[in-house]
Design a protein around this ligand. Structure first.
Ligand SMILES: *Cc1c(COP(=O)(O)O)cnc(C)c1O
Length: 357
């Protein structure tokens, strides 16, 4: 035909549904609990560092993000060469596929899991191999192992799993990694690692050190409260980290984002105090929901999952009416972020009313 055609895989890319901002209802406070954001404002040092960086907007950012690499290397106790920063860890998902997958190669991942996975996999013209999570929202690592074929290049392990909530244990991950062929790259997506409070939690750093086929993804978007600035990073051995840097968009992470991330690492104690408050709120919400009769899967991120099937849309409408915006997954369930205390209270109230009918 007489016009340019994108590659067929481009037409097959599923849409990303962003968490909606709350509809403004006059006279009422609304709460956006749809995108797993940190509800707290940035710490003062972060705003000042970002503001200083704003003044350099006529210049390209430091392409090597050297201050950020140095700060991360010091914080994590890893060589800077084992790191790759990117515009959010979503960008790292694209980069890992660009660096490791030929068209048609298979990528195994849990499902329902992070909705960016099938989008990025389809974009890369790779083949998505979704493996259903268990009825309690956990990764079925045995089934994921069984799904690995000769064509498998990458396996995504999302822990804690967005949107269902549970995290894998180190013992589960170790057993899985022992069985995965060494040429298959295993991504451990730890976007919510700071919120994990469990026995035998995964130690991503120790895991990448002992496994040359493991890459850990982390982000400043969730616990660190910098979702709007787009900064994520990968931790892996030099060959993997180097490949991720090689395929990155030049000058992707802005100077403002670099400065804010470095300042956030410097203010880590205060930031993690706020994370602890969210963890306490999470426990309060989960307990209240279970008391009401909901079977909420183990929540290790900053969100809770309601498996609702056909009632998904009506729950989202009820939440909206109560001034909280949630993230519905049509026909499956609703994910609700842990936010401000008042927003969480409204969630508990709405959930209780919903059960009563
Ligand atoms: C939010 C999220 C990310 C990444 O977010 P960025 O803002 O792109 O860093 C990655 N993985 C999972 C599972 C997430 O929920």
């Amino acid at each position: 035909m007489s016009h340019p055609h994108p590659r067929p895989n481009v037409l097959a890319i599923p849409p990303y549904v962003p968490g909606k901002p709350p509809a403004a209802a006059p006279g009422t406070t609304t709460f956006k609990l749809s995108s797993n954001e940190n509800p707290y404002p940035p710490l003062p040092g972060v705003i000042e560092a970002a503001t200083r960086a704003v003044e350099t907007m006529n210049r390209y950012p430091d392409m090597g993000s050297s201050a950020l690499y140095d700060a991360l290397a010091a914080r994590l106790g890893v060589p800077a060469g084992h790191l790759a920063t990117a515009t959010g860890s979503v960008a790292l998902i694209y980069q890992v596929l660009a660096a490791f997958c030929e068209p048609g190669d298979e990528v195994v991942h849990a499902w329902r899991s992070f909705e960016a996975y099938p989008i990025a996999i389809t974009t890369a013209a790779a083949t998505s191999v979704p493996v259903p999570v268990t009825t309690d929202g956990r990764h079925d690592l045995a089934a994921m192992l069984a799904a690995i074929t000769d064509r498998t290049k990458v396996v995504m392990v999302c822990t804690p799993n967005n949107p269902t909530g549970p995290a894998v244990t180190q013992a589960e991950l170790d057993a899985f990694l022992d069985a995965v062929p060494p040429h298959v790259l295993v991504v451990v997506d730890e976007a919510y690692v700071e919120f994990v409070r469990m026995d035998d939690a995964v130690d991503g750093i120790a895991t990448y050190r002992s496994h040359p086929n493991v890459v850990v993804f982390r982000t400043f978007s969730k616990a660190y409260g910098l979702a709007g600035f787009r900064v994520g990073y990968a931790i892996a051995g030099e060959p993997i980290a180097g490949a991720l840097r090689a395929v990155s968009l030049p000058f992707g992470v802005s100077a403002v984002a670099q400065a804010a991330a470095v300042a956030s690492l410097a203010a880590e104690a205060e930031l993690l105090e706020r994370v602890e408050e969210l963890v306490v709120e999470r426990a309060r919400v989960v307990e209240a929901l279970r008391d009401q009769g909901w079977s909420v899967p183990e929540a290790q991120g900053n969100f809770v999952w309601f498996e609702l099937g056909e009632r998904t849309a009506s729950f989202a409408v009820a939440a909206e009416a109560a001034g909280i915006t949630v993230r519905p997954f049509a026909g499956e369930g609703v994910r609700v972020s842990i936010g401000e205390v008042e927003g969480n209270d409204r969630l508990i109230a709405v959930a209780g009313e919903f059960l009563r009918g």
